[in-house]
Ligand binder design. Structure first.
Ligand code: H2U
Ligand code: ZN
Length: 342
């Protein structure tokens, strides 16, 4: 098969196909363009996440000096809600949805995203992710850790932060990944994503960064131009199961990946990222392999983004840029942040 012709690729984790149209790519990559944006200040008096500042509710943040977690003042889920299960007809079903929402400030420094935090700063974020998911996992089957970064992703506040939503049910994407990984493991007697990590390391052409314990690739089936999948090279089902060596190696590769993202178009690279792991309380979780997805919207520059519209909303995801080319571009940029170069 010649990869420069239209073809489809299969995503076994999501159980969906995507369309690739590499022949449409007439425009060469322009690379770095324009002046890089300046760093935000280390403290913004108007930021509701900065230490000591007032939140929308009137509460004040403490003068925190590390990672700071607080209950979201506008939570999408509440610990208990009225049970409305079964009170509706077949075609108009509903059910109660209980849970908790928390905000995680990665650092007191308003201007430093994961890419510009120190190694120690990133490690502290990872330790918090592990601790919070362990704690919430005692009560909830699903603990969704995510970061929505950049105005392009609808995040209005540049203060480095992520969120944690815990659900008393399995959301559809997690439920789907549970089923696809279980079916693969039953058929092949091994973990799908461990096999993917090995196969990607062997192939090498979609590799973005790797160390002894982790690998970041633009997956074979990526939908977004610079989408990446961050995979452990060892069997692990959930964040709290990571030992300190594995957390440290994660801090290292998370730095390499996010710095490369920023360097690609010399901007604070927008994305939505999140962790997927085995549901808590699930007795058999050997088929589950912990992983993180990064879904960045950018296509050609700091301002030219891809939209998932038209054919993609109606039929299937489609891309022009080959995942192999996207990975090569990310491989070729430095792991030293452009703002530190300046
Ligand atoms: P995003 O920018 O990623 O949406 O995150 C900001 C979150 O912070 C958002 O969920 C919460 C919002 O509800 N928030 C508070 O909890 N308190 C505030 O004072 C403002 C924003
Ligand atoms: Zn701030």
């Amino acid at each position: 098969m010649t990869m420069d012709q239209p073809h489809r690729r299969y995503d076994p984790l999501a159980d969906k196909w995507i369309l690739l149209s590499p022949h449409r790519l007439s425009r060469p990559w322009q690379g770095e363009e324009g002046e890089p944006e300046p760093s935000p200040p280390a403290h913004d008096p108007d930021c509701y996440l900065c230490p000591g500042n007032k939140r929308a509710t009137g509460d004040f943040n403490p003068d925190y000096d590390g990672v700071y977690v607080f209950p979201n003042d506008f939570p999408a889920l509440k610990p208990t809600s009225a049970d409305i299960t079964g009170k509706t007809a077949d075609l108009f079903q509903s059910e109660a949805a209980n849970g908790e929402c928390h905000v995680v400030c990665f650092s007191p420094d308003h201007g430093k995203s994961l890419a510009e935090l120190s190694y120690e700063g990133r490690l502290a974020v990872i330790e918090t992710w592990c601790q919070e998911s362990e704690k919430l996992g005692q009560q909830y089957p699903n603990v969704q850790i995510f970061e929505n970064k950049g105005a392009m992703m609808g995040c209005s506040n540049p203060h480095p932060h992520g969120q944690i939503w815990a659900n008393d049910y399995l959301p559809d994407i997690v439920k789907n990944e549970d089923q696809t990984q279980l079916a693969y493991a039953q058929k092949n007697n091994r973990s799908m994503l461990l096999a993917v990590a090995e196969a990607e390391i062997e192939a090498g052409d979609r590799m973005v960064a790797q160390n002894d314990q982790w690998v970041a690739v633009v997956p074979w089936w990526a939908s977004w131009p610079f989408e990446t999948l961050l995979l452990p090279r060892f069997a692990v089902s959930r964040l709290p199961d990571l030992d300190s060596d594995q957390q440290q190696a994660l801090a290292e590769i998370l730095g390499a990946l996010t710095v490369k993202y920023d360097n690609l178009f010399r901007c604070s690279f927008p994305y939505s990222m999140g962790w997927h792991g085995a549901p808590f309380g699930q007795k058999e979780s050997g088929h589950w392999q912990l992983h993180a997805h990064f879904y960045p919207p950018l296509l050609r520059s700091a301002s030219v983004r891809k939209f998932m519209v038209g054919y993609e909303m109606m039929a299937e995801a489609q891309r022009d840029l080959l995942p192999e080319r996207a990975a090569e571009m990310l491989r070729n940029v430095s792991t030293a942040h452009y703002r530190q170069d300046a």
